[in-house]
Design a protein around this ligand. Structure first.
Ligand code: CTP
Length: 402
C-alpha cells in the first residue's frame, strides 16, 4: 500500500450494519502512512461509536456541516482530499450523491471534491437490485466514480444474498489501484481492450459460451482511461462503464475480429483479455432446433485466432498483450503462446486454482514479457492485476529495447 503513504483520504461511513468494517479500512490506511479524515453520518452513529473512529483515524471524526471548528468543513475536506471512500454506502447516500442533494456533511463533501471517489455499497439484496439503486450507481460510474460491488453472503437479520459490503482487502485494493503512483502516464496512447467471452450461435436461441465475466477487461479499460489513454473496449458483456470509454458491443469471435482489425493498426496498445471461443458451429440454424427432430449433431470448426492475426500484422511500436487461461504447465504453455503469437507480453493465470480467473473478483497471474522477464502477482483483485499489467505495458514502452 505504498500508494497511500502521505495521501489525505476521507473515509465516509454511512448507516449500515457493515459500518464496523470501515474501522479495519481506516486502521490499515493509517498503518500504511495515509492521513485519514473520517466523516460519519447521523445514522452511522447507530452502528459504531465516534470515539473508536476518532481514536483510529488521523483527526477527530467530522459529523456535521455546522459543529466543526471550521465554518465550511465540507469544502476543506473535499478540496484537500486525494481520495474519498464511502464504506458502507447506503442506498440513500448513493441517491443523494447521484442527484447532488447535499443533505449532510458526507454528501456535501462528495460534491465539493475533484478527487477520485470510491463508493462501496452495502444493503439488502432487494435494495441492491432495485432499479433506482442500479441507475444511480450507473450514473455515478459514468462520471468516473469507482464502485466496489458488494459481495454475496450473510446479511443483517440472517438473510443471505448479494449486498454484503466488500471485504476490507478488496476496498483497500481499489483505493490502492486508484492512487497508484502512475498518474496520467498513458496520456496520448490509444488503447484497445477486448472483454468477455464470445458467444457462437447454434440456432436462433442457443449459443456456445464460456464463463468469462468481462471483469478483468473492464478493470484494464477503466484504469487505462484513468491513466489518460484514449480507450476503446470491444466487449461481449454489458457492464456499467465510466463515460469517456468507447464501447463496441460484439458477440462472436468473427465480430470481435472485425472490430479489433479495424482499430488495431492505429492503436498503441492492444490487450486481448477476452475469452474467445476456439470452436463454433459450422452452420447456425436460422430458427430454433426443435427436440422432436431428435438430438442434433453439431459440427464445429475453428474460430479465427484473433491474437495470432494481430501478432502477424503488428505495426512497429505497438504493444500487444495476450492472456492465457491454463490449467497445467501454466508458465511453459503461456511462454509458447507468447512466442507463437508474436506478443510483447502475456498474462498467464492458472484457472484451476481457487479464487482465480473466470467469474471471480480476484485473480493471480504471472506476467511474462518477450525479453524473458517474469512478474508474479499473487492473489489480488482484478483492479490490482490491471495496475500490474498496465505498469508493465508502460515500462516496456519507456524502456529502450536491447
Ligand atoms: N485468442 C484469440 N482468438 C482465439 C482464441 C484465443 O484472440 N480464437 C486470444 C485470447 O484473447 C487470449 C489468448 O488468445 O488473449 C490466449 O487464449 P487461450 O484460449 O488461452 O489460448 P489458445 O490460443 O486458444 O490455446 P489453447 O487452446 O492451446 O489453450
Amino acid at each position: 500500500m505504498e500508494s497511500v503513504r502521505g495521501r489525505r483520504i476521507v473515509v465516509g461511513i454511512s448507516g449500515g450494519i457493515a459500518a464496523y468494517k470501515a474501522i479495519e479500512v481506516i486502521r490499515r490506511l493509517v498503518d500504511s502512512g495515509a492521513h485519514v479524515a473520517p466523516i460519519m453520518t447521523d445514522d452511522a452513529h447507530r452502528f459504531i461509536g465516534p470515539v473508536t473512529v476518532s481514536a483510529l483515524s488521523s483527526e477527530p471524526v467530522h459529523t456535521s456541516l455546522w459543529d466543526d471548528a471550521s465554518p465550511i468543513p465540507h469544502t476543506r475536506l473535499g478540496q484537500t482530499a486525494d481520495l474519498i471512500v464511502v464504506a458502507p454506502a447506503t442506498a440513500r447516500v448513493i441517491a443523494a450523491y447521484a442527484m447532488g442533494f447535499s443533505q449532510d456533511l458526507l454528501v456535501a463533501t462528495l460534491i465539493a471534491t475533484r478527487a477520485q471517489v470510491v463508493i462501496c455499497p452495502a444493503m439488502h439484496t432487494e435494495m441492491w437490485e432495485h432499479p433506482s439503486v442500479q441507475d444511480n450507481l450507473a450514473l455515478l460510474r459514468s462520471r468516473g466514480v469507482i464502485v466496489v460491488d458488494p459481495q454475496e453472503g450473510r446479511l443483517a437479520g440472517g438473510d443471505v444474498g448479494t449486498g454484503r459490503l466488500a471485504d476490507p482487502e478488496t476496498i483497500l485494493s481499489a483505493i490502492d489501484s486508484a492512487l497508484s503512483g502512475s498518474g496520467r502516464d498513458m496520456e496520448g496512447l490509444s488503447v484497445v481492450v477486448t472483454a468477455g467471452g464470445t458467444r457462437e450461435p447454434i440456432d436462433a436461441v442457443r449459443v456456445i459460451a464460456n464463463r468469462s465475466s468481462g471483469k478483468q477487461g473492464y478493470a484494464i479499460a477503466e484504469q487505462a482511461h484513468r491513466r489518460g489513454a484514449s480507450v476503446t473496449l470491444i466487449s461481449t458483456v454489458e457492464r456499467p462503464v465510466v463515460s469517456g470509454i468507447e464501447v463496441v458491443p460484439v458477440e462472436t469471435a468473427q465480430q470481435m475480429l472485425d472490430a479489433v482489425s479495424l482499430l488495431a493498426p492505429s492503436s498503441d496498445v492492444v490487450v486481448m483479455t477476452a475469452a474467445v471461443a476456439d470452436f463454433r458451429p459450422v452452420h447456425a440454424a436460422d430458427g430454433k432446433i426443435k427436440k422432436h427432430n431428435g438430438i442434433p449433431e453439431i459440427t464445429l470448426e475453428a474460430t479465427p485466432d484473433i491474437l495470432a492475426s494481430l501478432g502477424a500484422a503488428k505495426p512497429a511500436g505497438q504493444t500487444l498483450v495476450g492472456f492465457a487461461a491454463e490449467t497445467d504447465d501454466v508458465v511453459a504453455n503461456a511462454q509458447g503462446k507468447l512466442q507463437r503469437k508474436n506478443l510483447d507480453m502475456i498474462v498467464a493465470n492458472d484457472v484451476s486454482a481457487p479464487g482465480v480467473g473466470f467469474g471471480h473478483d480476484t485473480n493471480a497471474v504471472s506476467i511474462l514479457l518477450a525479453d524473458g522477464q517474469q512478474i508474479q502477482v499473487p492473489l489480488a483483485t482484478k483492479h490490482t492485476i490491471a495496475t500490474a499489467v498496465l505498469d508493465s505495458v508502460v515500462k516496456s514502452r519507456t524502456t529502450p529495447r536491447p
